[in-house]
Design a protein around this ligand. Structure first.
Ligand SMILES: [Zn+2]
Length: 459
């Protein structure tokens, strides 16, 4: 008896530990873990000597192929595969009407789900969807059960921008989420504080990129997080704070966790590896909301990651062109930065090589925790019977990042010129090799839409 593939000679890393050993893969699943001698022969034998063999990266916060990102599913998932990412969660949007809306008229969230699901034809890796709530209308509550049934078990709300929700409506959403057991994700920044800061800085002629972070201060993030997490807790809903950037807002989440409420949160790779000096160095390229913060906030991200208050590291990948980011003042340019192709090497370099955190920590925050948090029991693990989503990673290889290697349509990198330790050698999605030493070796369409289950959040 033989299996499709055996990966041997490397160090297996899971959320709970490391061991020398081999993996057997058959029919897209992991079918054996242990000493190579005890496993069946593989038709394909991969020598992973000197490499880490880990569950593929699960990035629960990306923007692909819609009004905020110029990537197609093909380009974004190629970038992901090259970066060792095997699952992403993108957004299905509830269309709204408005001056800045990309839609002509409001439409149900289920329409947005259908539209995004069609990207299966182009995707190279697996993807799930969060429901994106963009307007205050009770029609959402009528369709919420069907949306959850379709495998969209988490919903995103904004407190800022023209589609930001009032606290009153957000409270209602949390009550309905609690009924369904679904997760509420909140982009928390107090809108009126940010608007006033932008106005004041513009009036003062502060058009230099260094002024941008002052326009969306850490306390505005903490204020909105405080309101949102309190509403979620009152409703008994699961709360997931997305892109936490600051000590001030992490402290809020920490406090509510101690109250026994169900509060989880992520930060992003850029908030752990860059500080606000980037605005002098790179101009408007790193215009991201919330902004990249002060060095002490970077330290805070690691303090709260170590303690588990922050339990996930994502990218918030958004693709845009350098020209669109840089040919206008900071208050007019698009938000967001691309990062999915570099998240593993950049975060590995900072967290493991520089700060001495462990490989299992890396697997927890980039793979196991996001899979468990968002109801994907077949992902983020090397357990037999789960999907053979595997990254073979050389932790000692060095590499200098350049946007010339971007698979994304974005033509810049906020990590340009950064020397990192750690390189993705091979990426498998459900047993199929999709990226091999920097080249894409599978066809678009291998990726599947993931119907996620209701997560338990028992711990
Ligand atoms: Zn985002």
């Amino acid at each position: 008896m033989s299996v499709d593939t055996v990966i041997a000679g490397g160090t297996l890393v899971t959320a709970s530990g490391t061991r020398e050993g081999a993996l057997a893969i058959d029919d897209g699943e992991i079918v054996g873990v242990g000493d190579e001698a005890a496993l069946p022969e593989g038709d394909e034998h991969i020598d992973a000597t000197g490499d880490l063999v880990m569950p593929g990266i699960v990035d629960p916060h990306v923007h692909i192929g819609d009004h905020v990102s110029i990537d197609s599913y093909e380009t974004a998932t190629r970038a992901a595969a090259l970066g060792g990412v095997t699952t992403v969660i993108d957004f299905a949007w509830q269309a709204y009407a408005g001056d800045e809306s990309p839609w002509d008229e409001p439409a149900p969230l289920l329409d947005g789900v259908e539209e995004k699901r069609a990207n299966e034809a182009e995707a190279l890796i697996d993807f799930g969807l969060h429901g994106g709530i963009l307007r205050e209308d009770d029609d959402l509550f009528e369709e919420m059960g069907d949306v959850v049934e379709a495998g969209i078990t988490s919903f995103k709300m904004y407190t800022a921008y023209d589609y930001g929700l009032s606290n009153g409506f957000m409270g209602r959403v949390f009550e309905h989420l609690a009924d369904h057991g679904a997760v509420g994700l909140v982009h928390s920044e107090d809108d009126s504080v940010c608007e006033a800061r932008v106005e004041d800085l513009r009036a003062a002629g502060r058009d230099e990129p260094e002024a941008y972070p002052e326009s969306r201060p850490d306390y505005a993030e903490a204020m909105a997080a405080e309101d949102a997490v309190r509403l979620a807790s009152e409703a008994g809903a699961k709360y997931y704070g997305i892109h936490t950037t600051a000590r001030a807002s992490a402290e809020v989440m920490d406090r509510f966790r101690e109250d026994g409420s169900r509060v989880r949160a992520e930060t992003c790779v850029h908030y752990t590896t860059l500080d606000d000096a980037v605005y002098a160095e790179q101009g408007n390229l790193p215009k991201i909301a919330p902004p990249i913060r002060a060095p002490d906030d970077v330290e805070a991200m690691f303090e709260y990651l170590r303690r588990g208050v922050l339990s996930v590291v994502s990218t918030d990948h958004v693709a845009s062109k350098r020209a669109d980011k840089t040919d206008r003042p900071w208050w007019e340019g698009p938000f967001g930065a691309n990062g999915i192709q570099r998240s593993l090497p950049v975060f590995h370099d900072e967290a493991v090589s520089e700060r001495g955190l462990s490989y299992p920590f890396l697997v927890r925050v980039m793979s196991a925790n996001p899979a468990e948090t968002f109801g994907m029991p077949r992902k983020g693990t090397l357990d037999p019977g789960t999907d053979a989503d595997i990254v073979v990673f050389d932790p000692d290889a060095t590499h200098t990042i350049t946007a010339d290697e971007n698979a994304s349509r974005a033509d810049y990198s906020i990590y340009e010129g950064r020397g990192v330790t750690g390189r993705v050698r091979k990426t498998f999605v459900r047993g199929e090799l999709v990226a091999d030493d920097g080249a894409i070796v599978a066809d678009p369409g291998h990726g599947e839409f993931l119907e996620r289950s209701i997560p338990a959040w028992e711990t």
